[in-house]
Design a protein around this ligand. Sequence first.
Ligand code: FAD
Length: 471
Amino acid sequence: MVSESTGQGPAVVAEANPAFCDQIRNIPWIDTASVEYEAKRKIYQRDNVATPHAIACPRNTEDVAALVRHSIEANIPITVRSGGHDLFGRSIVESALCIDMRAIDFVEIAQDKKSARIGGGIRFEKLAEELSKEGLVCPFGTVPSVGFVGWASLGGYGALSGQYGLGVDQIIGAEVVNANAEIIQADEEMLKGIRGAGGNFGIVAGLRIKVYELKTLLAGLIVLDPSTKGVAETFADFLTGLQSLMASGQCPAAAGLDPAIVNHPQRGQTALVTFVWSSPDHSAGRAFLEKLLTLAPVAMQNVGETSMPAWLKTLEAFCPYGIFGGDRGISFRKLTPKMLAILRRHMENMPSDPATTIAIHPLSRTSPSATDPNLKRGSCFNPEARQEHFLLELIGSTLEQSNSPKSQKWIKDAYNELKGSGDAMDGSYIALTHPEDMCLEKIYGAAWEDLLALKRRLDPKGFFRNAVPRM
Ligand SMILES: Cc1cc2nc3c(=O)[nH]c(=O)nc-3n(C[C@H](O)[C@H](O)[C@H](O)COP(=O)(O)OP(=O)(O)OC[C@H]3O[C@@H](n4cnc5c(N)ncnc54)[C@H](O)[C@@H]3O)c2cc1C
């Protein structure tokens, strides 16, 4: 490995195994003395000030395998980092070697244009761009700098989940560096583990995913008008109306809706809805939009024809990279009057930091993730969450560190009261589960026992112990 600061490979490797150090000497390597170290170390969550022993930047699968072998032989713990968006900063750990996958971001589209091979470090923005050139899309989450593997392999909620399914159900193959530092194609058993428990069985150097023909989207923001009933009441009216449409089968699979409460710089606390229509039939999309606009008073909407890359850029403006604090996620089969009353009350004392937000991610009953039993069998994603439900994300993030304790207390109080309502589902979404609320048995539900057995078999020494979730 080439150290950016000294031009020398890491001393620890040389002492542990000089021949092997030679073999991997060309992998870009950034140690704590490098001027680049701080910029490379930066992750989305800023409370984590851990200093990785070094940051290695593999360029291909062979580099990843060499790094794993080096770490096993030198007995150095590792973490894996792609988009760096883990909400609790778990992609860097004090003194561990951080394997930064971002340079492995290739996209190879299959000839039939139904699947693509993608690099393990690719982020939404590049993947969306490359697919768009061929008139293709795949499901994404909301923020373009999130890593696809980290997102998809833990569940992967997004605006296209209703039409094509969750991220976890897009994975059809994986090239993995396993706990013996071997490069393998994941078999069905390992794939089942990757589909829900991410990097617990190896480093994913590449995935094969499903892709779909779709040249343009209808997408935009709907801002609700609080002037008659106030923000909280108007938001609750919209949610109640949306839930009725979903329950009566009037919410088409192509409609991806994420209602949210944000602190807008000019408007103050604002209820809005992101609208995405993922079907070429735009007149049906506009007709459905008209129906939505009757659910609650609307101040403005800017839904129009766009592309996935352009839409992701629009969303990026809402989410600057680098926050303090984190989220608490909690899922509901139904938005009951009791839970809506609790939510309304907590909206009224929501702190005003621009990053503090509430977002709701619905999964509809028509989503392939809910209807296709093969997808359920092929993953360890909680089977209970493969039914219609609403993932409520209490985003206690702040741009200002001094605001963090207030926002963290606010989400904790809201979470505890919502959980205490008795209306929440048992399991939550692993990526948004605060470490204090972590109960893996409940999160994985009926899939937990098999998952644990798989972990013991494929990673018996716990080499990938810093993966999310920590098992
Ligand atoms: C601003 C923001 C918006 C988000 N929006 C959504 C959303 O819309 N929908 C949703 O479902 N989730 C969303 N999330 C959650 C996000 O999907 C997860 O936190 C995801 O794990 C982040 O992946 P990453 O690569 O960006 O993060 P990283 O911190 O780089 O990685 C997180 C973990 O993923 C694993 N990992 C990543 N790459 C690999 C690899 N190649 N091989 C093996 N393991 C790997 C590692 O265990 C790593 O510690 C969001 C998070 C943030 C901060």
